[in-house]
Ligand binder design. Structure first.
Ligand code: SF4
Length: 474
């Protein structure tokens, strides 16, 4: 998927002007965040589990080469193959070669963010194959030719009317005047269409929530069962996963599973949690004849040992996104690539470069809710600040912003001068804006006043007010 992260501000304007998106986003806080809180309340050891999950991932990342090699040898023992792919292009070529060898025409897909990251659908289509998304949300956005707007709820930006419109347009074999008002009817229609695709598929591609080094298994978590049909019905199964998905043991996997669904959707467990190991064995009733794991690096080894290593603990639960006030205002497409919200604002610059994504680390109030809710205790605000520091030291971003920061840093190191400058600034703005109580436009603050007024300051700095109430001297 091509990134539009460089056009973040334009993307944001489009999102803010999109009435349907804004209606969908207004419902957002009543969904996943409430369910997560209730799930946490029901599990007193939730915080202890978060610590344990963090420690498992930290240990794994410290010995990543060892666990990946162990995983590979177990996959080979079980009759499968592992393909090491340093970047998106090599992963695409590997998947294409497997599909061609299988003589594939139709390829079913379970939801996979790595699939989005390497743009596998576009690549399969160009090669004349027919990829079919089978997760309902992914299927809907595939029909609309859109990227996902959320890592666990890819079509959360859409209303049921928009879904009905897409079905009417694409399911042309069905009567045009059929009723599609009820969500259950939409669901039944998608199920009937997808059932035929499952049966026709030659190759099934899924992502993986975890890879288990101890057994060579992959763990897949879904709520629709589409992942299981994608894995078991076609002749060939391809698992595409990034290298940091590996965990040492089955017990480690179960610890992480206990925080994953609770953090994502507030469920104790997802409806389907499937452990798959290798291709079909002689005594198995079903399963694929060939089993491939495509292991993707795509910039992750560069994060190892850096100040962004903690990001590799991410289990893609979406909790940070669900609690982010910025995501809640603009949705996921504005971020311009596969990931969104606070985890996207850290991960995207690391994977595709800080130059092309300069606005993303600044798309945060640094309120800290993302870190508070992250089951893997990833210090997202710290990493957002570090990305900002990188940008500043490499002269990335608008020069006005850099000069402003330099001026602020100069003053902040000289407390007396800082207080004087603040008094003068706040006093002047307070006097200037006293009559109206707000500014409709202001020199150097056009970005703020373009879409809202700026409240006039009270005329006194915080320190002056604090001192007047008997606090520390200003
Ligand atoms: S950063 Fe944390 S909260 Fe966000 S998706 Fe990853 S694990 Fe979940």
């Amino acid at each position: 998927m091509d990134s539009t992260a460089h056009a973040f501000k334009n993307n944001v304007r489009t999102a803010l002007d999109d009435g349907k998106l804004q209606t969908a986003l207004k419902l957002f806080p009543e969904g996943f965040p409430v369910k997560r809180r209730l799930a946490m309340d029901r599990l007193p050891e939730f915080d202890a589990l978060r610590d344990a999950a963090r420690d498992i991932k930290n240990h794994t990342l410290a010995h990543l080469d060892h666990y990946l090699e162990r995983f590979e040898s177990k996959v080979i023992d079980s009759g499968g193959q592992v393909h090491w792919c340093p970047d998106a292009e090599s992963a695409r070529q590997t998947v294409l070669a497997i599909c061609r060898d299988a003589g594939a025409k139709t390829v079913t897909k379970g939801k996979s963010m790595i699939g989005e990251e390497i743009a596998i659908n576009e690549s399969l289509e160009k090669a004349g194959l027919r990829p079919v998304e089978t997760d309902l949300g992914e299927y809907i956005i595939q029909l609309r030719h859109e990227p996902p707007s959320h890592i666990i709820a890819p079509a959360i930006h859409l209303s049921k009317d928009q879904v009905a419109e897409a079905f009417r347009k694409q399911h042309t074999h069905l009567p045009a005047d059929r009723p599609l008002e009820e969500p259950a009817v939409l669901l039944d229609e998608a199920r009937a269409v997808l059932r035929r695709e499952f049966l026709a598929a030659d190759v099934g591609i899924t992502g993986a929530n975890m890879l288990v080094a101890e057994t060579g298994s992959m763990v897949l978590v879904t709520n629709e069962g589409n992942g299981d049909l994608t894995q078991t019905l076609p002749r060939v199964q391809i698992v595409i996963a990034s290298i940091e998905k590996v965990v040492p043991t089955l017990e480690d996997a179960t610890t992480i599973l206990r925080v994953l669904a609770r953090s994502a959707t507030g469920q104790e467990m997802s409806v389907y949690t499937t452990f798959t190991t290798g291709p079909k064995r002689p005594e198995d009733l079903d399963g694929p004849e060939a089993y491939h794991v495509v292991l993707l690096d795509n910039g992750r080894t560069k994060m190892l040992g850096s100040e962004f290593q903690d990001m590799l603990r991410c289990i893609r639960c979406g909790a940070c996104i669900n609690h982010c006030p910025v995501y809640g205002a603009i949705g996921g497409h504005a971020y311009g690539w596969v990931y969104s919200g606070p985890m996207g604002a850290v991960l995207i610059p690391n994977l595709i470069g800080v130059e092309a994504t300069a606005d993303l680390p600044n798309a945060s109030t640094l309120c800290g809710r993302c870190e508070d809710v992250c089951p893997m205790r990833i210090p997202l605000p710290r990493m957002l600040r570090q990305l900002r520091a990188h940008q500043f030291s490499r002269n990335i971003g608008p020069s006005s912003q850099r000069y402003g920061l330099r001026a602020w840093a100069f003053l902040a190191r000289r407390p007396a001068l800082y207080r004087l400058a603040m008094r003068l600034g706040v006093g002047t703005l307070g006097a200037w804006g006293r009559r109206r109580g707000r500014f409709r436009s202001l020199p150097l603050a056009g970005g703020w006043t373009r879409s809202r007024d700026l409240a006039a300051p009270a005329g006194q700095t915080f320190q002056q007010q604090w001192s007047a109430r008997g606090g520390a001297r200003s």
